[in-house]
Design a protein around this ligand. Sequence first.
Ligand code: SAH
Length: 240
Amino acid sequence: MKAKVRLYVEHPLGAGQSVPLTREQAHYLFGVMRLGPGAPVALFNGRDGEWRAEVAEAGKRGGVLTCAAQTRPLQMPPDLWLIFAPIKKARTDFIVEKAAEMGAARIIPVQTDFTNSDRIRQDRLQAHAIEAAEQCGGTYVPEVTDLHKLDRLLADWPDERQLMFCDEAEVGAKKSLADAAPGPWAILIGPEGGFSDAERKRLHALPQAHVVALGPRILRADTAAVAAMTLWQRALGDWA
Ligand code: SAH
């Protein structure tokens, strides 16, 4: 029988391993999905691949699953960070969800000169990344970091990491990733207000930066994030 539910857990997974459920997970599996003892569940924890497990104990407030066999090995995404400036709540949630589906290894919200919000709910965004991994069949969950300041992030920029700087000022220019080499990368998407002149100057001067235009129209930040990840995955990532 194929598992109806694919669940992320924090517990280690391995043959014969018992996995205790939280109250919320038990409610979902037994209350909402109506699984009973013996029902199959697909489990992953972001480290041990995907496992076929069975319900061993089902209760109202908890339960236990037992791992049977690994169904897929851990598949890491390419070493790609998505750096973006948070926008309105629903659009920020969308960006995190899409980044997890598209195969980003790390998601870094940044505060820029024109960023509208100075706070994020990191735990909520991380939960969106987990949910996206559950539904898209991923065996890895990207880490969503706390809000960083863009200038600090650039000041500590790692030598070996290249940066796909999506600059709305280049709209319509023919600037793509044509001559870029694989390796550790990051994509940078600005806020609704775009980048300030000071930020643009600094980014253009960063040796690891590749300035990229996303076609002849200005895209909203959420569209731009998906478009940029598509281009990068096709040119240098695991779609290539
Ligand atoms: N308010 C700005 C647009 C910001 S769009 C203006 O009108 O100029 C939000 C972000 O999406 C930008 O900071 C950039 O990172 C990205 N983006 C949108 N359209 C783009 C394009 N055609 N080329 C490159 N980046 C783009």
